[in-house]
Design a protein around this ligand. Structure first.
Ligand SMILES: [Zn+2]
Length: 302
């Protein structure tokens, strides 16, 4: 039973557009790669968890809470009749070393300690549950999801789950002997109501409409070498064919994501698509898929 699916993180969507439409510095590029990799790891874990989850469990993905004026995020949360499991998912690749309580990317670059992250989330979560009168047992886990990852000198008696342990671990926790009780379902409802949906955007470089590269990119290979034939948009590089209206909706969603505070007009979308389709066609799709506000020259879409 899944109650809250995962959406692609806003920061990843913005960075993906900027990666395609502007020159990012090497630090910004590696930030984009980390976001992408993190998101792929979460998707991979979702798939594994979905096969293990059943009617005796509730799965909530991608939660952001505020407790005592502190924001904290939980990648995935699984409620069973016995325990509330919190998962911190890491898609690291290659070799890492655990030494004197610290994590190092080998040979010796210290990285953020995921055990501290899950401990912090667990303690803030417990405090929040207590505030609302819930007392279920809570367990945090750090999940290393990538099979090409090794942690040397991994400490015992910590909530770390290695890639090779994932299947048996998930099989174990998703077969609880106690069924879900009404207080567990009440907790799930409460958590959904407490979830705050607007995460702060961090690490995003400054950008504006004028300076970004205009034009339409292929949804499959990201090439800008596209042409229109009839009601379709074709990619010269990979041969992808996309219905024209889907392309216009995709570009409009991209502009809305990048510039949520700016009024979206037919003219603006015409500029964004770099004249690839007629304004008439853009207007038709906007009328069909978005809400029109204002009239005549002042018309815009939400
Ligand atoms: Zn393509």
């Amino acid at each position: 039973m899944i109650d809250k699916p995962r959406n692609a993180p806003l920061s990843l969507l913005v960075m993906e557009s900027l990666f395609l439409r502007t020159d990012l510095s090497s630090t910004e590029q590696s930030y984009y790669c980390d976001l992408k990799k993190g998101s792929e790891g979460e998707q991979h874990f979702d798939e594994l968890l979905n096969t293990a989850a059943n009617e005796h469990t509730v799965t909530l993905h991608d939660l952001l809470f505020e407790s005592n004026r502190t924001l904290f995020q939980i990648d995935t949360l699984l409620i069973t009749g016995e325990t509330v499991h919190l998962f911190e998912i890491k898609n690291y690749e290659g070799d890492q070393l655990f030494f004197e309580g610290k994590f190092f990317r080998m040979p010796k670059v210290e990285i953020l300690n995921p055990l501290h992250q899950i401990n912090r989330a667990e303690s803030l979560f417990l405090r929040m549950m207590k505030k609302y009168g819930f007392s279920q047992n809570v367990q945090g886990h750090v999940i290393f999801v990538n099979p090409a990852f090794t942690l040397y000198q991994s400490p015992l008696n910590t909530p770390i789950i290695h890639p090779t342990q994932l299947h048996s671990f998930l099989a174990g926790i998703s077969q609880p002997t106690t069924p879900l009780r009404s207080r567990d379902l009440k907790l799930a409802d409460k958590l959904l109501s407490l979830h705050t949906s607007t995460p702060p955007l961090k690490g995003i470089p400054m950008y504006d409409f004028e300076s970004l590269k205009k034009g339409v990119f292929c949804p499959a290979c990201h090439s800008f070498s596209l042409y229109v034939e009839g009601h379709s948009c074709m990619c010269e590089v990979c041969g992808e064919i996309e219905p024209l209206k889907d392309m216009i909706v995709r570009m409009t969603v991209e502009v809305k994501t990048l510039f949520p505070k700016t009024k979206l007009t037919t003219e603006r979308m015409d500029q964004w698509c770099n004249g690839m389709v007629s304004r008439k066609r853009i207007q038709k799709v906007l009328n069909e898929h978005f809400t029109k506000k204002g009239i005549k020259k002042g018309a815009y879409y939400e």
